[in-house]
Structure formats: C-alpha cells, structure tokens
Ligand binder design. Structure first.
Ligand SMILES: NC(=O)c1ccc[n+]([C@@H]2O[C@H](COP(=O)([O-])OP(=O)(O)OC[C@H]3O[C@@H](n4cnc5c(N)ncnc54)[C@H](O)[C@@H]3O)[C@@H](O)[C@H]2O)c1
Length: 280
C-alpha cells in the first residue's frame, strides 16, 4: 500500500482517525475530511507528527454537501496523484421515542448517514476506477443488522439503508468486472465520541432530552465503556479486509451473526423479538 492514497470522511475522531492513522503507518498518503475544524486541525497535526508532513492533508468537508466531498477527493487527487481507498465513515446519532423525534432530527441523521455516504460513494467510485481499481469502505453498524433497537430508530434506519447501498453496489461491481471493492464495516460498541454526536447537530435541530432517550444513551454509554473496542483494533480489521478483499468487516462477529439470526427467526416464526404472540 506504500504511496497509495486514502481518503477518510469523519476522520478527525474515533474510528475515522484510527483508520487514517493505520493507513499512514502502512505507508499511504492520507486525506482527512471532517466538519469540525478544530478537531480536524488537531487530528492532522497529530498524524503529521507520526507520519511525515507531506503525507497528510486535512480538508473541512461536510459530507451532506456533495461539493465538499468533491473538494476533499479532488484535493487528495491533486496532492497525491491518485485515490486508492475511500472511507465513507462520517456518522451521527440522535433518537428517542418515535413520535418525539423532530422532523429536523430525522432529516439530519438521514442527511449525514445516508446522503453523506451516498455522496462519498458517488464521488469516489469514478476516481477509483480511474486509478485502475481500489476500495470503498462504508462504516455501517451492528444497528444495521439488529432491527428492534428501541429509541434509536433514526440511527438504525439509516444504517440499514447504507448496508443496502454497500451490498447492492458490491454485487453490481462484482457482476460487472470492476476492480473496485466495497467493504462494509459493521461494528458494535467502539470507544469514540459517538455518544456526543449531537455536538454536530446544525442549529434548529431539536435535541430530545426525554426519559426514554436519556435511558437509551446511558445504556449506550455503559456498553461503550464495558464492551467498547479500541478504534485501533477496528482499523486493523479494516486493513485486513482490504488486503483480503473481504466485504464484511465484523469486529463483533458473534453479535452480528446473532442479530441476523434473530431477524431470520422473526421472519420465520412471525414472533416479534421481545413479544410472545405473533403479530404483537
Ligand atoms: N462508536 C461506536 O460505538 C460505533 C458503532 C458502530 C458504528 N459506528 C459508526 O462509526 C462512524 C464513526 O463514528 P465514531 O464512533 O468514530 O464517532 P466520532 O464522533 O468519534 O467520529 C465521527 C466523526 O464524524 C464527524 N462528522 C459528523 N458529522 C459530519 C458531517 N456532516 N460531515 C463530516 N464529518 C462529520 C465528527 O465531527 C467526528 O469527527 C459513524 O458512522 C458511526 O455511526 C460507531
């Protein structure tokens, strides 16, 4: 991977930062995009300290704006001459009881998680094809397999949607002889700043503070500190999957498979998880 180029959206923190760092250690040039300017500057400084100045650039890029994603990919292409790995990683979370989630909040999560991923895939694919092939890494979630997570419906719905994007695109690329490969990263809890994702909510997006939401967040926080994997471990698995051209990257493999089986059982038995009578 030496002298190849990686682009990472949402790369100033957590899983994105860890992937950027791992790619750099592999000898790759890295372009980091993020919406948070201070965090981005800090991330670029830290990466440069480790990896050597010319190999890292940072571009403020809001993935909901396709022109920002284009500017990020173009800057990487201009600085390093080619693109090889593009990670559609930026993501946010908000939620609460279904009817308590405001319209603006539904749209914000959809804009970042779904349209941000779509913008990144649509922008990066032709550039990777031009490089003769490459890798698209989509950061989904265990929530994309585990239907029925209460009070996180907006997040689950967007992650299911991008799992669909990644799966369909990979099948299309394999059936058309492309040299571009898609990888779906679907982790459970990982230590990061995701618990504070609402810090990036635009003005006008109401933050839900009701009891159901607070309890869901406390449970998420507890899971993150009890079972959360280090982001560095997740980044290592992503690199392995790229080398092996493996689609699914499942840091919590047993839980992912259990969630998929639970859904299959639901479809077969008609019994909704958490209820006793079919159809309830
Ligand atoms: N941490 C977990 O437990 C976990 C589990 C499963 C999936 N994920 C997914 O991992 C990805 C990375 O999240 P993380 O856990 O590292 O959280 P994080 O908050 O540490 O990092 C997310 C980054 O995305 C950036 N971002 C937010 N909105 C953006 C926008 N509109 N445009 C560009 N950048 C934006 C943030 O500034 C931040 O730097 C997300 O897609 C998240 O859904 C996280």
């Amino acid at each position: 991977m030496v002298n190849k180029t990686a682009v990472v959206t949402g790369g100033a923190s957590g899983i994105g930062f860890a992937m950027a760092r791992r790619f750099l250690a592999e000898g790759m040039n890295v372009a980091v995009g993020d919406i948070e300017t201070d965090a981005l500057d800090d991330a670029v400084r830290r990466l440069r300290e480790e990896g050597g100045d010319p190999k890292v650039i940072g571009v403020r890029a809001d993935v909901t704006r396709i022109e920002d994603v284009t500017a990020l990919c173009d800057a990487a292409d201009a600085a390093f001459g080619r693109l090889d790995v593009v990670c559609a990683n930026a993501g946010v979370e908000t939620g609460g009881r279904f009817l308590d989630v405001a319209d603006q909040a539904w749209r914000w999560v959809m804009d970042v998680n779904y349209f941000g991923t779509l913008n990144t895939l649509r922008t990066a694919l032709p550039l990777l094809e031009r490089s003769g092939g490459g890798h698209l890494v989509v950061t989904g979630s265990l929530a994309g397999f585990a239907s029925g997570t209460p009070f996180m419906t907006p997040y689950c719905a967007t992650k299911m949607a991008i799992h669909g994007l990644a799966e369909c695109l990979e099948i299309e690329l394999r059936s058309s002889g492309s040299e571009v490969h898609v990888h779906l990263l679907a982790p459970g809890p990982v230590r990061s700043r995701m618990i504070d994702a609402e810090r990036n909510a635009p003005a006008g997006v109401p933050i839900n503070e009701d009891t159901a939401r607070r309890q869901a967040m406390e449970a998420f926080r507890a899971r993150q500190s009890a079972e959360g994997l280090p982001a560095e471990h997740v980044a290592e698995l992503v690199l392995d999957a790229i080398h092996e051209r493996r689609f699914f990257v499942l840091p919590h493999r047993d839980r992912a498979l259990a969630a998929l089986r639970r859904r299959l059982d639901w479809a077969e038995s008609g019994v909704t998880p958490g209820s006793r009578v079919p159809g309830t």
